[in-house]
Ligand binder design. Structure first.
Ligand SMILES: Nc1ncnc2c1ncn2[C@@H]1O[C@H](COP(=O)(O)OP(=O)(O)OP(=O)(O)O)[C@@H](O)[C@H]1O
Length: 567
């Protein structure tokens, strides 16, 4: 029994109807299945990317990416400090009279530090790679040189003070500069930052005390003005604590972003698309550097056991198949935060729904070329006891594989069930429908009998119809009406929509679309043989496919540029 629940009159069955008029695949959901959204044209924005929380528990170590980050940050820090020093140098030049040796040496040191910082910054160019040890030495130089210079300045000021019988000049604000530049620019664990920043913060006090101990005049001035020392200690401690807190905050954010781009051994590069159940990312195995597609269950759905059950079924069903025209599954896993994912071969190319939407109906020879391959993959699935139950244009991919183009790959065995499970399956309860109405067999639509391999043959017939004519056999704004048409109406022959459809191919399609499964081809192999007998068979060769793809220049190749960590 089917109820029209698109009007909200029952919760047993609901439809995603928003895209029906545009001939996109529709989805039906029921209590035994996941809620299937209409395929979203997902923005491949980083925002969307980072929305997914994937936790592996790595991060923070000095990996190649952290080396890259440290290098670029060190470069920025040294250039920022060099610019600051250069500006002060100009000011220094306009003020200094070079009356004393100390002033002369101070000026020379100022020039030397400025040049050294600029040199280090420029040497850390974008493409060069450096060992972590050498980067840490450069880090010491970038922050050590300014500090050494400030010690010199403080020494000069103290000498001035003694000569002029003045009070101690107090804390110079320049000491704060390396502390905050370090905190903002250098990626670090907070503990390491605390020791480096702590040392930097202690310097003014240590230097002042050192001079006071070695020089009685300074010592006695300090004894009379202890508030100067207390003030220095307070200001520098406050600055150090704030800077370390900042490092900790920045580090946590960076780690989160880092983890959001990793899943087990895989690096997530970009979002390819999203379906009802999950998102598919282009990824790469960290060690093998092999591109792959990673399907991740949507975090908001991860808690629903039915969705997980379907996800797991999809992996297990697909992993049983070894045919060249079925998608290869490499891995299946669960991250620490409960995110489920499976890893499959990455397919450069386009699914058939996208192909027709973009380029219109296909020439019959190409249709036969693609669906003939899909038949082979389905035959294997049927032989191991699996029926797909969601054959539709979006689930057949025209891929570039092994140097060939238009290699058909069947995806998304999410609804596949072993044939002998069907009786018991929750999915076959009254009022429950799974699949996409536009491509659904009459027996799936009505639930009158259990779908078998011939149900996939019907759906493959609807895909053939869509490919040759650019539209599915039945269209209506109401999914329920589409289902009723599948159950009861005779489809209009595709040649009515597109005259170029040859008679023999049309006959094959119309036989796939018979209401009674006994009247259809009885197996995918039988359908393949019927397609082979069509006059257009064999006329679209891999060479034609190659020319088509090269001419249209739309192959989605994996981006091989390394993704940086945040910042
Ligand atoms: N192995 C793959 N390589 C390249 N693209 C892929 C791969 N697998 C899926 N895609 C693409 O990723 C997008 C999302 O795929 P997904 O299977 O989640 O969606 P769907 O089939 O539209 O949804 P549903 O799971 O609800 O049927 C689609 O555009 C699909 O063509």
């Amino acid at each position: 029994m089917i109820k029209d629940l698109s009007t909200g009159r029952s919760d047993a069955l609901s439809f995603e109807a928003s895209q029906l008029d545009s001939r996109l695949p529709l989805k039906v959901v029921g209590p035994g299945d996941a809620t299937l959204d209409a395929p979203a044209e997902h923005a491949d924005s980083q925002e969307e990317f980072c929305r997914v929380h994937l936790v592996e528990g790595t991060g923070g170590e000095l990996t190649g990416e952290t080396e890259q980050l440290l290098r670029s940050r060190l470069r920025s820090a040294s250039l920022v400090l060099a610019s600051g020093f250069a500006t002060f140098l100009l000011w220094h030049l306009s003020l200094t009279k070079l009356a004393t040796n100390l002033e002369f040496y101070t000026l020379l040191s100022h020039i030397a530090v400025t040049v050294a910082l600029a040199g280090i910054g420029l040497s850390l160019c974008g493409k060069c790679t450096k060992s972590i040890a050498s980067l840490r030495w450069l880090e010491l130089a970038v922050f050590g040189l300014p500090i050494a210079f400030f010690v010199l300045i403080q020494f000069g000021k103290t000498v001035d003070m003694v000569e002029n019988k003045d009070v101690h000049p107090g804390l110079s604000a320049v000491w704060l500069l390396p502390i905050f530049v370090y905190a903002l620019f250098i990626p670090n664990a907070w503990q390491r930052a605390a020791s480096v920043i702590g040392a930097m913060a202690a310097f003014p006090t240590i230097v002042t005390l050192g001079i006071a101990i070695s020089n009685d005049a300074v010592g006695s001035i300090l004894v009379e003005n202890t508030s100067i020392l207390v003030e220095t200690i307070l200001v520098m401690s406050t600055a150090a604590v704030s800077a370390v807190w900042g490092v900790h905050t920045i580090n946590s954010l960076r780690t989160q972003a880092y983890q959001a781009r990793r899943l087990g051994q895989y690096k997530l590069k970009r979002l390819i698309g999203a379906g009802g159940m999950g998102e598919v990312y282009l990824g790469e195995h960290q060690l093998m550097k092999r591109p792959c597609a990673i399907k991740v269950i949507r975090p908001e759905k991860a808690g629903d056991p039915k969705v997980l059950a379907r996800f797991e079924r999809e992996v297990q069903a697909t992993a049983k198949l070894s045919h060249w025209n079925s998608i290869d599954i490499f891995d299946y896993g669960r991250a620490d935060d409960g995110t489920f994912y499976y890893v499959m071969e990455f397919l450069p190319g386009m699914n058939l729904s996208e192909l027709v939407r973009r380029y219109g109906a296909m020439p019959p020879a190409r249709v036969i070329h693609l669906i003939r391959q899909a038949c082979d993959a389905l035959q294997e699935a049927h032989e191991v006891g699996l029926i797909h139950r969601d054959i539709k244009p979006a689930n057949i991919f025209a891929a570039a594989r092994g140097g060939l183009f238009d290699v058909a790959k069947i995806l998304d065995f999410g609804l596949a069930k072993p044939m002998d499970d069907l009786e018991a399956a929750n999915l076959t309860q009254e009022g429950t429908i799974t699949g996409s109405p536009l491509y659904m067999s009459p027996e799936q639509a009505t639930g009158d009998r259990e779908p078998d391999a011939r149900s996939d043959i019907y759906s493959l017939g609807t895909v053939l119809y869509y490919l040759v004519s650019g539209r599915p056999p039945f269209e209506n704004e109401k999914p329920l009406k589409v289902l009723i048409s599948h159950a009861h109406d005779e489809p209009v022959p595709p040649s009515v929509h597109r005259r170029e459809v040859p008679d023999d191919l049309e006959t094959v399609i119309m036989r796939c679309l018979r209401k009674n499964p006994d009247d259809r081809y009885q197996s995918a192999a039988e359908l393949a043989a019927a397609l082979d007998d069509c006059e257009s068979a064999g006329k679209w060769k891999f060479a034609d496919a190659r020319s088509w793809w090269l001419e249209h220049d739309v192959l989605k190749e994996p981006a091989d540029e390394p993704q940086q960590l945040v910042g």
